[in-house]
Ligand binder design. Structure first.
Ligand code: PBG
Length: 326
């Protein structure tokens, strides 16, 4: 037997296009935004070149721009001025995210608005939950007290007009608690995208700079997943689906392609993957040094995430990709 020829289908670009198995689609992409108080604010984030904290006026202008180019979904993170013990800024009617949602819905109603539901930017401790005891060495997060607050936040985002709420605190029961609260108040049509498999990752630091959410003590390992594990992630996803999650998310994305693939094969709900801040910053830094080609590396990374099984990709490059895949 002669050897088998496989390269015929790669001979030229048009052939490769014809046999391409994975295509990035701009409709799959979600652009994250950090929102601050004030007017005409556009503050670049030091560790995330090209990503900014916007005041609402500039935010709406930027979303208008990317919407015209085809990006139709955004996820919002509030960066509040005031923090307190119970994260009360997060569920105020006049909170930064609530105001932003109302404004976006007024100006560009078609845009899918996703609101991140968490406490970490709003608490003095920088933790995603309420702290039970004060001793910072033996502190514990009060899961059930946190559920009450997460539900309040989700409800206030729904009242402001959010299409999807996205709990990211990794508290047990957060999806059920939010679903029940939304339904009790008539928000049957507000969907839940749960950060189901959110790992205690080292890739979040640029985000924490952007959102001002570094934990003041300890870390998030008591509530976020251990990166050595995948079965545990699947249990988290399964539980969230039972509790009513419409979309499940794996986060980060690039180091967790196996988890994305397994989730996609195991469940019948849309799978989202969050390509996080650290993934963005690594590529940015290398490309700014001229060591790699940003556009091609990003297209390769995001195509891999899609190939692994992600239906939805949250990425800080959403804006740029629109131009790149045209
Ligand atoms: C809030 C939250 C975080 C991210 C999304 N939602 C930070 C964290 O858990 O510390 C990280 C996103 C990113 O790194 O891009 N809990």
């Amino acid at each position: 037997m002669k050897y088998i020829r496989l390269k015929r289908l790669r001979r030229k670009e048009s052939l490769r296009n014809l046999f391409r198995e994975t295509n990035l689609d701009i409709y799959d992409l979600v652009m994250p935004y950090f929102v601050v108080d004030g007017k005409n604010q556009k503050q670049e984030i030091n560790s995330m070149p090209g990503i900014f904290r916007y005041s609402i006026d500039n935010l709406v202008r930027d979303i208008e721009q990317i919407y015209t180019k085809g990006i139709q979904a955004v996820i919002l993170f509030g960066v509040p001025k005031i923090k307190d013990k119970t994260a009360s800024e997060a569920y105020k009617k006049e909170g930064i995210v609530q105001k932003a949602i109302r404004k976006i819905k007024k100006e560009i109603p078609e845009v899918v608005v996703i609101a991140d539901v968490c406490l970490c930017s709003y608490t003095l401790t920088g933790h995603c939950g309420i702290i039970k005891n004060k001793n910072s060495k033996t502190y514990e997060i009060d899961n059930d007290d946190t559920l009450i607050i997460l539900s309040k936040i989700a409800l206030s985002y729904a009242e402001a007009g959010a299409d999807i709420v996205a709990p990211s605190a990794m508290m047990d029961g957060q999806v059920l608690s939010i679903r029940e609260t939304l339904d009790k108040n008539g928000f049957y049509d507000v969907a839940i995208m749960s950060y189901s498999a959110k790992y205690a990752s080292n890739f979040y630091s640029p985000f924490r700079e952007a959102a001002g959410s570094f934990p003041k003590f300890g870390d998030r390992k008591t509530y976020q997943l251990d990166y050595h594990n995948i079965k545990e992630a699947l249990r988290e996803i399964e539980t969230d689906i039972k509790e009513g999650a419409d979309i499940v998310m794996i986060k980060p994305a690039l180091s967790y392609l196996d988890v994305i693939r397994k989730a996609k094969e195991s469940f019948n709900v849309p799978v989202a993957a969050y390509s996080v801040s650290g993934e963005y910053s690594m590529v940015k830094a290398a490309s700014q040094n001229g060591w790699i080609d940003e556009k091609n590396v990003v297209l390769e990374i995001l195509s891999s995430i899609k190939r692994a099984g992600a239906d939805i990709i949250i990425t800080y490059w959403a804006k740029d990709i629109v131009e790149w895949i045209r």
